[in-house]
Design a protein around this ligand. Structure first.
Ligand code: ATP
Ligand code: MG
Length: 716
């Protein structure tokens, strides 16, 4: 660095400077987590503006999230001032695609004021088309078709590009026809979906030389962050735009490619050098984010992947703490421990804004939310809804509410035709009229209207079934444990089935949330107490300006960093996910491992990994094995602690008076895996899961006090 360095170069290392100053020609920055890729890209943008190599409107700069775009704009603004306000082409692929498409909408038959459909609209439209095509929606769900169309769009395929093989993936070869019908319908509605924002633009750029030439001239510089997660259509689009000037700078890390399920292709990194011969490849090797222990732990895990491009990482930071690996007894204890650790941070004067809890699956947030509500710990959920605000949870709660409180009209309205049971708006209106006329709740009116001839026979039958079901559920409520009641209601109402029929990843996530809901209920005395808890949780919005702990999925944490990071639920079947294990292939397992790498490398100073010995599913305790990623952490950089020994002996004592819990389990290894790990024995065989039952509440309480012994200074 020299004294006359412009402000954005100060503090950058040599390869970072090279990335900033090599403005002409293709540049690929390939580097590990926390090496300052995003920092270099931001400085590069500042440099282009500061030296007036380009006007703000002449730079295309793609970020992975809108938040990242805002941050980049803010940082560059501090260097070059207001100029940055005029940066129209800084944003996500979708935001940029939408802006471009508005300017050329007519070239694909749209008007510039086209609407962008959300998933719900999209599904409604597809359902209509499926019906019109005389297909059985139960057999060929709209969501399945939506998923396929999305995949095709991610690959840059229009209906004309779909071959027989692809078409075969839906309704015995009618995929192509349905895709074409959908696209035609969208145009007629002057609408498009998210995938179209890029696909239409790609079509336009391919077809219209003038438009292409215009953009190729306009964009003097193109930059892309998180390049490893671009999909085919994004890649093709970039390649066309950069083909003329070739001033394309992409930064990425093959080890952080975690979106292949959404069509991302890490191969785009390899293609880069082929498509842009002579590209300068810059490697950044100094990590500025994390301590050596954290870095070594992450590197140790990712080293188990094959086919990596390979990178060196080092850091000048102080050693700091080792990565803590905490074996705990079960889910509730996990939430309690994390809560305690965070309170300790608070007492030490740290801001909880600097703390994140990273989960593998959305449903895992529930346990932490409940715990934090009860100890008054402010939190935010990033990239998703709070657990009890998710649509499927609200639906399920509505079912429980109509059973518990028959006068709950809002709940009744929510579920009356979910899942679809042929009760149209007309029928529901009639129930409303009767309720008003007689001054009774909707559920009562629904029963009374069956004695009239107000309804069509179809609606009558459907409503009759629902009314009968509700009466039965209410009578069951007296004898059945409430979680079991909930499970039966969700099954018998067809609500669970509705999501099961839609074989998408999203639906699978919703099903997991429903399972988690039932699990949460077990912690409450009865249905009333649980519903009371939920309404309190819903009311508990943290203050906007208050410091908060962040809870989010690993996917949502990409590119971000926190002082302290809790990595929870590192167990086989949870992380790596059961889906990845079931698929059995190495590819999905390696993607999970990249997620583990992303997760660990979010931490600046402190990473705590937790794994529970038991998880409760539908009242059954399932023992779980620590994630294979835990075993892959290099010993020298971790510090393990098992806080469950007290719980184990209590548990054993509890059981000694009863039947052997494993009596009906094939013997061989002797004890269940939880025992082996507690005793420090590494279970030899592959992944085994054993299920046993016990009465939870008493044992959990006893164990809680046992655990706090090993946790001095904390009264629970
Ligand atoms: P990821 O792969 O997770 O996206 P990244 O490579 O984009 O990481 P950045 O987020 O840009 O890394 O930087 C990580 C941290 O290092 C940030 O806190 C950043 O401010 C800091 N940093 C980057 N470059 C330097 C530097 N030359 N000197 C000091 N700190 C730096
Ligand atoms: Mg980054």
């Amino acid at each position: 660095p020299t004294p006359q360095d412009p402000p954005y170069l100060a503090g950058l290392n040599a390869p970072q400077r090279e990335a900033v100053l090599t403005t002409e020609g293709p540049v690929l920055v390939l580097a590990g987590a926390g090496t300052g890729k995003t920092a270099a890209l931001t400085a590069r943008l500042a440099h282009l503006l500061y030296t007036k190599k380009a006007w703000p409107s002449e730079i295309l700069s793609v970020t992975f999230t809108n938040k990242a775009a805002r941050e980049m704009r803010h940082r560059v603004g501090r260097i070059v001032g207001d100029v940055v306000e005029g940066m129209p082409w800084l944003g996500t692929f979708h935001a940029i695609g939408a802006k471009m498409l508005r300017r050329h909408a007519e070239l694909v038959g749209l008007h510039s004021n086209f609407t962008i459909l959300d998933t719900d609209d999209q599904l409604r439209l597809l359902k209509q088309l499926i019906l019109a095509a005389d297909l059985d929606e139960k057999r060929w769900p709209a969501r399945q078709l939506a998923g396929l169309i999305d995949q095709w769009k991610n690959k840059g395929l229009t209906p004309a590009d779909i071959d027989a093989g692809e078409s075969e993936l839906y309704a015995n070869g009618r995929g192509k026809e349905m895709y074409a019908a959908y696209q035609a319908r969208l145009i007629a509605l002057n609408a498009c979906d998210f995938g179209d924002l890029l696909l239409h633009m790609l079509t336009i750029l391919k077809r219209d030389r003038e438009v292409l030439a215009d953009y190729q001239r306009r964009f003097k510089y193109i930059m892309v962050d998180e390049y490893q997660d671009t999909n085919s259509v994004q890649y093709l689009w970039l390649r066309l735009l950069a083909q003329e000037r070739k001033n394309l700078c992409c930064v990425g890390d093959d080890d952080q490619s975690i979106y292949s399920w959404r069509g991302a292709q890490v191969e785009n990194i390899l293609k880069f050098e082929k498509d842009f011969p002579g590209a300068k490849v810059i490697r950044l090797e100094q990590n500025y984010r994390s301590t050596p222990h954290i870095l070594a732990a992450a590197s140790g895990v990712i080293a188990n992947n094959s086919g990596r491009l390979g990178k060196t990482l080092w850091t000048n930071e102080q050693d700091g703490e080792k990565v803590k690996v905490l074996g705990i007894w079960d889910g509730p204890e996990e939430a309690r421990r994390v809560g305690e650790e965070i309170e300790a941070c608070q007492r030490a004067g740290k801001s909880i804004d600097d703390i994140a809890i990273l989960v593998r699956a959305q449903h895992q947030t529930r346990e932490f939310e409940d715990r934090f509500i009860s100890i008054g710990m402010p939190y935010r959920i990033v990239g998703g809804f709070r657990f009890y605000e998710r649509a499927e949870i609200r639906d399920a709660l509505a079912y429980l509410r109509v059973v518990a409180q028959p006068a709950d009209d809002l709940a009744f309205e929510r579920i009356v035709n979910v899942p679809k049971r042929g009760l149209g708006d007309k029928a529901v209106q009639k129930v409303h009229q009767l309720a008003r006329a007689e001054g009774v709740p909707l559920t009562v009116a629904a029963a009374r209207i069956l004695d009239t001839d107000e309804l069509t026979s179809q609606a009558r039958r459907a409503l009759g079934n629902l009314v009968g079901d509700m009466a039965r559920w209410r009578s069951m409520a007296a004898d059945l444990p409430h979680p079991e009641l909930a499970r039966q209601i969700l099954d018998e109402s067809g609500y669970t089935g509705m999501w099961q029929a839609e074989k998408s990843a999203e639906a699978a996530g919703r099903l997991e949330n429903l399972t988690e809901l039932v699990r949460a209920m077990e912690e409450y005395e009865n249905l009333g107490a649980f519903l009371e808890h939920v309404s309190l949780v819903m009311d508990n919005e943290a203050q906007a300006d208050e410091a908060k702990v962040t809870i989010m999925t690993i996917h949502a944490a990409k590119g971000l960093e926190y002082d302290t990071v809790f990595l929870v639920g590192w167990e086989e079947g949870l992380f790596p996910s059961q889906r990845a294990l079931d698929e059995g292939g190495n590819a999905s397992l390696e993607e999970e491992r990249r997620l583990a790498y992303v997760a660990i490398t979010r931490a600046r100073r402190r990473a705590v990994i937790l794994h529970a010995a038991n998880r409760r599913i539908y009242g059954q305790w399932t023992s779980s094995l620590p994630s294979r990623f835990v075993n892959e952490l290099p010993d020298a950089h971790i510090e393990s602690e098992n806080s469950m020994s007290g719980g184990e002996s209590l548990w054993r004592a509890n059981w000694s008076e009863r039947a052997d819990p494993f009596a009906d389990v094939a013997r061989g290894t002797g004890r269940g895996p939880g025992w082996q790990r507690a005793a420090g024995v590494n279970p030899g065989g592959g992944f085994t899961s054993r299920t046993f039952t016990r009465e939870p509440s008493r044992v959990v309480e006893a164990r809680a006090s046992a655990v706090s012994i090993g946790n001095k200074g904390r009264d629970d």
